[in-house]
Design a protein around this ligand. Sequence first.
Ligand code: ZN
Length: 123
Amino acid sequence: MYSIPVAAPAPQPVNWGKVIVAGLGAIAMWKVLQELTDDDFGDGEYPRAVRRDLIDEHVEAEGCNCPDCGRRVPRSSLSVDHKWPMSRGGRTSLNNARVICRSCNSRKGARANVFDWLSGVRA
Ligand SMILES: [Zn+2]
């Protein structure tokens, strides 16, 4: 029995430039997809109807519980917050919305990030 000798392919050096470009491309793609599937309400607060819908969904899924502090609060104490604060470039969009209680929302500015707190940026 003969076996045909097969030359092992020479190991290719990793082209990190290509890897990084592919990674950045994937991130850009993800961001574009996010924006395509996102509803953007521009600068400022969420419109009243949007807040009502988001809070309705939250209450239906998890009850009147605040995901931040875990407390059960009256429905009227739930508010819609920016996951990524507007002061740091967060958009008023559905993908950036989350429901937390009012006391967490008003406390969050100071807690969001110690560097924000140090530089006086408020969420
Ligand atoms: Zn809370």
